[in-house]
Design a protein around this ligand. Sequence first.
Ligand SMILES: [Zn+2]
Length: 480
Amino acid sequence: MDKTKALEILQKADASAELYEDSWMPEQSAFAAWFEGADVLATWDDSPLAKALTGGKDVSDGIRVYPMNHANRLVVNEHLEFTRPVSLAAYGRTFGLGDRLGLAGYAHLQIVKEHDVKPILAQQSMRELTLTNRTWDDVLDAAVWAVVKAGWKGGFGADGDHLKKPEDIRHALSCGYSMITLDCSENLKTPPADPAELEKVYNAIDAAKRAEWEAEYIGNPLAEKLGASIDKAALMRAAVAFGDAIPFIIDIYENIITKAGRRIDFEVSVDETPFETEPATHFFVANELKKAKVVADSMAPRFVGEFQKGIDYIGNVKEFHECFKVHCAIAKEFGYRISVHSGSDKFSIYPSVAELTGGKFHVKTAGTNWLEAVRVIAEKEPELYRKMHRCALENLEKAKALYVVHCDVSKIKPLDEVADGDLGDYLNHDDSRQLLHITYGFMLEQGLREPIYAALKKHRKVYDQYLKRHIGKHISLLGC
Ligand SMILES: [Zn+2]
């Protein structure tokens, strides 16, 4: 069998059939194709892989097609090593490519192929799982099938993102996830701004612990050298903020991460807090974890400025640069990478990230591919877009409880004043981007799931093209 012949056979049965060129696997007698309106895995003889797949049907001339479902994903994982998520801790640059709908992975891999960066393809938080009504398995299924379609053999990770509970972490690991991002926000305390109040809260910490920390941290020469000098007030803020979080991180690491039976990439995230992570605090956390022999592969501080969803960085880029420099120095000293969350569209700070990390970073993006999906619909299916836009406006206040955004509705042009041909322009303005970015869960829940998926299937090539352009811009600016 060769590609031309295989395609000919498929097209005799369905004229619109297509073959995913890079998926061709002669050793397994298998390849991925678009056939009768869906992606399928096709085989042409009785390889061990073909024998294990289920739910197939004959096309002709020995070719059978199988659905890309969960059961067959597990078979593929068993037979094809490159389809299993792996630890990427050994690589300098990794890029988190969340995919809310599970349709973007193939285009993401086309971009990754052209750059020096490793992909985390499945990256979903509990919040996103709930809002999209998907499971850990669904998300990983989509990532694995994207790997098969793209013939990507370079390795990929799967991230259980922003997990707070031991049971959620265990569940993600049992599904095969290779990375855990531990969200410590529920164990963090905001340090009081009032010095007397701060001292009071600090003094509630065990006296022996305080004495140990004071001897170790106040005027610590290494912290000083890294640009994160620590005085008594800075120590009090760090200890109050992280006093409870550190034992929590250690517990998760010792009892779950190191007991997973395989190498798990472990990220500690403190970005979803109301207070910035001061360099002194970062140093304190890094050093406490090192003392406890916790090996973090990456850490996500909350940086100065605002990282709102779907739009560029808000804040003083120069100030960010200086502060980020110190965070990078601490990370380098303690041997992990800095992770930048809500990294979509933060174009103005990418040069700093590329430069100051020395090419060792993790950047997470997610919602941006959803917005590109909305752009496709705005341009190609105006009627559906209008329904989505109305749904977004109706549910904006509820969505704002879940995501921090400015989004001023008065700045968004009323829908009935915009002609069909101009709807795509909503994706070019910050307020409407945020409106559409955070309300996806309501759209999917309120009757628009089917039409959205159908539209993106129909216009899948346009979607792929837009994703490549948009994610490609991110990766290029990061110097990959
Ligand atoms: Zn985050």
